[in-house]
Design a protein around this ligand. Structure first.
Ligand code: ADQ
Length: 735
């Protein structure tokens, strides 16, 4: 309240000052105007009367002078007229002039002096005196006195009027200020204070009540602070709970401490083609997108826990304007924990290195999914150049950090480990290959297999998801290069350098109790939104990629409806398919195939308010995907080949209710860990159809048992354990 009063007082003083100064100036101008008017009139009248008085004055004709002053002295606006001889003695004066005669007498003789005519405002009288001459001889002085009371009245009216105006303005301003302060400042402060109290006591986790106007930036900062507080509280509670239960689960906090200890405080460097945050222009706004990528899902929690630098291709159309001149920016945007360093590629480089060699060559080469790899010399040149470019960017970021630790991600950077090691032998480099590694014969069709393998073996550690891929890699190296394979340690000795080859099954940040999100739609609400009246809901979540077996999955649904017609009208399968690598012809063809297959199957079974397959082909945020995981009776992952597959793990993680069934392709890395999934061969449509039916008819008990088993396995083997194992292994290597 005190601040309100002070503000109002300040406003009043400021308003008074402005009005006082402006009124003063106005009054001064008005006085000048009115006085000039009086002077003009006085001068005209005095001149005219002076002419009339000249002769009587010369003749000292008192009677005539007296008649003259009486005749003219009573005119409107005039107080009177007086005539003086050259010695200043009054010869005649209007009777009405008596009270003012003294003042007139004092002034009038001055008109005889060198000044000539004189005038003066004396109290409410304006005296104007002119010398009177008769044929050139000074014969006396004539003074006219006008009533000037009107000036004072006008001026005091002016002051009064302005004072009232000031008063009303001041009252109005104070009222408006009071209301503005009340509504826009005091009320939000009250609300914010109440909200902070609730946050402090843990009664709420909702966003602050004030989100607009003056307090918007403050509210946004407060939200971040509240989130950090909630996260810190949750982490502390989780740690305490685990300690209490004697469990040794991996948490972000534990990983952070572990990495700090293992790396002795040195920062972590990650190189991945995909960036964790893409800035994309949407109309006039810039939007932040977290791309649909298993790699991002897996790696981001590590940097969130440990900090460091993520070097990646800046692929968004607004990426440059959001980064500094060196391509750096702190992320996550709302609560920075590590640095993202963006590397810029020309469209030709991206075409050759990313779309060409990486995704038309290596991707189909490593996933045996019957899409023929394409190897072009030009793409290979771009791949080499891009690897060099990323190596340069990384070396620049590492600067003079001693013994840096580098995690290189995926098949886009097979050459990077050797490039880094050549220039920084003190760096510890791990390469994690997120996709499968085929048998030596399959890999051997790559014209540059030796160069790729040599590049990879620059790393101190090469990781795959499963032992099977490690074995394939070791066999490939053995057949393609001059080297020694250490079968006991799973290592390759080549040109004096040792590379360990180990499996590290990647995972997700499984959290229990699950992170509570805002009101999520129920299964009912989801089905309604999808326009489906069906009883059962199945879900698939993928980048639309030919390795994910989406078409095979749809055929499994079709076959199930054929074999078990009782499910027609009862089962809806929703595929959330994020368009991926749409630049590549094979991916465009695949998208068309998926759409056509969904349309074909729908045409067979659909009715007025039912279609069995809903294909939502757009990127969905994790918050949007989560309700589908939670509402589904089953989730289908039917990859034809897949390094791990995190969707399977995300589905299990979302099912804290221990309901729902995971149908999982045996060709995923995940199938080696999630033994309680219903495992299928996606090429076997009949088997997939049976698995769907089995899932739909599975008893709640069996669902609970299977889900609990998978959750226990995931809880233990989360992404933090994955990261800790990778870093422990890397830190233990003697360079
Ligand atoms: P991906 O081939 O990208 O990863 P996956 O592991 O399934 O495959 O991860 C996909 C990620 O993208 C998941 O986090 C998922 O939620 C998200 N996603 C999928 N569809 C989406 C959609 N429609 N909208 C938004 N997000 C979507 C590669 C390998 C995998 C390996 C990972 C991690 O191919 O085998 O598991 O890396 O190593």
């Amino acid at each position: 309240m005190r601040i309100t009063l002070r503000l109002i007082a300040a406003l009043l003083v400021a308003a008074s000052l402005v009005v006082a100064v402006s009124t003063y100036l106005q009054v001064r101008a008005e006085t000048r105007k009115l006085t000039e008017d009086l002077a003009r009139r006085g001068s005209m009248l005095a001149d005219a009367l002076g002419e009339l008085a000249a002769a009587p004055l010369a003749a000292r004709d008192a009677a005539e002078l007296s008649r003259l002053v009486q005749t003219y002295g009573g005119r409107e606006g005039l107080v009177g007229v007086a005539v003086f001889d050259p010695a200043g003695v009054a010869l005649a004066a209007s009777a009405s002039l008596t009270p003012d005669l003294r003042a007139v007498q004092l002034l009038a003789p001055r008109a005889l002096g060198p000044e000539g005519r004189v005038s003066r405002l004396v109290r409410d009288r304006y005296i104007y005196a002119v010398p009177v001459r008769d044929e050139g001889t000074l014969v006396g002085v004539l003074a006219v006195v006008r009533d000037a009371a009107a000036i004072r009245t006008t001026l005091s009216r002016m002051w009064r009027h302005n004072f009232l105006r000031l008063l009303s303005h001041a009252v109005l301003i104070s009222l408006v200020s009071l209301l503005i302060i009340r509504w826009n400042i005091l009320a939000p402060i009250d609300q914010m204070t109440g909200w902070m109290k609730q946050i402090r006591s843990g009664e709420t986790s909702a966003a602050p009540p004030v989100a607009r106007g003056l307090f918007e930036p403050l509210a946004s900062e407060a939200t971040q602070m509240a989130r950090s507080l909630a996260a810190a509280r949750a982490a502390a509670e989780e740690e305490a709970r685990l300690r209490q239960q004697g469990q040794s689960l991996w948490t972000p906090e534990r990983l952070k401490e572990h990495v700090k200890e293992k790396l002795e405080g040195r920062p972590l460097f990650v190189v991945a083609n995909r960036e964790p945050y893409v800035h994309a222009r949407q109309g006039k706004k810039v939007q932040v997108i977290v791309p649909a990528s298993g790699l991002v899902t897996g790696i981001e929690p590590i940097l969130l826990a440990c900090g460091g630098t993520w070097v990646a291709h800046g692929s968004g159309d607004a990426d440059r304007e959001m980064a500094d001149a060196a391509g750096r920016l702190p992320v996550p945007p709302e609560e920075p924990r590590y640095t993202l360093k963006r590397v810029w590629l020309t469209p030709e480089e991206e075409e050759g290195y990313y779309y060409g060699f990486s995704n038309e060559g290596l991707w189909p080469l490593c996933h045996i999914a019957h899409t023929r790899p394409i190897f072009r010399e030009e793409d290979w040149r771009h791949y080499q150049a891009a690897n060099k470019k990323f190596a340069d960017a990384l070396l620049e970021e590492m600067g003079d950090v001693r013994d840096p630790v580098v995690l290189v991600q995926d098949y886009h950077f097979a050459l990077l480990p050797a490039l880094i090691k050549r220039r920084r032998p003190d760096a510890r480099v791990a390469l994690f290959w997120h996709i499968p590694w085929p048998n030596p014969e399959a890999f051997g069709i790559c014209p540059w297999q030796r160069e790729l393998l040599a590049g990879m073996l620059g790393a101190d550690l090469v990781g795959f998801h499963i032992q099977f891929h490690c074995n394939n890699f070791l066999e490939t190296v053995d057949q393609a290069l001059e080297c020694r394979i250490d079968g006991e340690r799973f290592a390759v000795q080549r040109a004096g350098h040792l590379t360990l080859v180990k499996p590290f099954p990647i995972s997700i940040a499984f959290s229990e109790p699950p992170v509570r999100s805002q009101a999520e739609p129920s299964q009912e609400a989801l089905r309604k939104a999808l326009g489906a009246t069906a009883r059962y809901l199945g879900v698939g979540v993928d980048r639309v990629d030919y390795t994910k077996g989406i078409v095979e999955r749809f055929r499994g649904v079709e076959r199930c409806l054929e074999k078990h017609p009782e499910y027609q009208g009862q089962l809806v399968f929703v595929e959330l398919g994020a368009p991926s690598r749409t630049h590549i012809k094979r991916y465009q063809e695949h998208m068309n195939e998926v759409e056509a297959e969904a349309a074909r199957i729908n045409a067979r079974f659909q009715s007025k308010d039912y279609k069995p397959i809903v294909f939502l082909n757009r990127h969905h945020s994790h918050a949007e995907i989560e309700p589908y995981y939670k509402a589904a009776d089953f989730c289908m992952v039917t990859s034809l080949a897949d390094g791990m597959n995190l969707v399977a793990k995300e589905f299990v993680s979302a099912r804290a209710d221990e309901c729902g069934v995971l149908i999982l392709s045996r060709f995923t890395g995940a199938a080696r860990e999630l033994h309680d999934a219903v495992v299928v061969n996606p090429y076997d449509t009949g088997q997939t159809a049976d698995a769907i039916r089995y899932a739909l008819e599975m008893s709640p008990d069996e669902q609970g048992r299977r889900m609990a088993g998978m959750r226990a396995q995931l809880k233990e083997n989360n992404i933090y354990r994955w990261a800790s194992r990778l870093i422990t292994e890397l830190a233990a290597i003697r360079l």
